[in-house]
Design a protein around this ligand. Structure first.
Ligand SMILES: [Fe+2]
Length: 155
């Protein structure tokens, strides 16, 4: 039996969705990094830079994990738009609304990660353990960002 023959492709499906979410969120985060204006400019500009750097590294790690299971990583904007749970649009110039747009995307990706982990816990495909590892570390990042954004938004 080949290392890559799997009973199911659960880990590929789950990781592909999180890859797409992360890519869309990277762009959304950069949009706000570039276009934010207002009293919180400096802190939001710097915070979003930390976040998009983290997302950039994560995207590579998630895509390479998909390759380790032997599947092709989705790598086009069309595929990302189809797979992601939210879009990249930020329809506001208001700094708090921008932060709320980021917050809702981080919350959405958390939901996808948690349901992905649950799905993989019932799966026995080859990539499961590695995928759960990656997903747990991504969850920790998004938990932290949700806390940071909520704290920044607090009146
Ligand atoms: Fe920059």
């Amino acid at each position: 039996m080949s290392l890559f023959s799997t009973k199911s492709n659960s880990s590929v499906e789950v990781l592909s969705k999180i890859l797409a979410d992360s890519y869309v969120l990277l762009l959304k985060t950069q949009n706000i990094h570039w276009n934010i204006e207002g009293s919180k400019f400096r802190s939001i500009h710097l915070m979003t830079e930390e976040h998009y750097n983290n997302l950039f590294d994560a995207i590579d790690c998630i895509a390479e994990r998909i390759r380790m299971v032997g599947a092709k990583a989705p790598a086009t904007f069309a595929e990302f738009a189809k797979l992601a749970s939210f879009d990249e649009k930020v329809d506001t110039d208001n700094q708090n609304e921008m932060l709320n747009a980021l917050l809702s995307s981080h919350e959405a990706i958390r939901v996808d990660i948690i349901s992905g982990i649950k799905k993989l816990e019932d799966s026995d495909d080859f990539g499961t353990i590695g995928a759960i590892d990656v997903l747990n570390s991504r969850l920790a990042f998004h938990d932290k960002v949700v806390w940071m954004l909520k704290s920044t938004l607090k009146k």
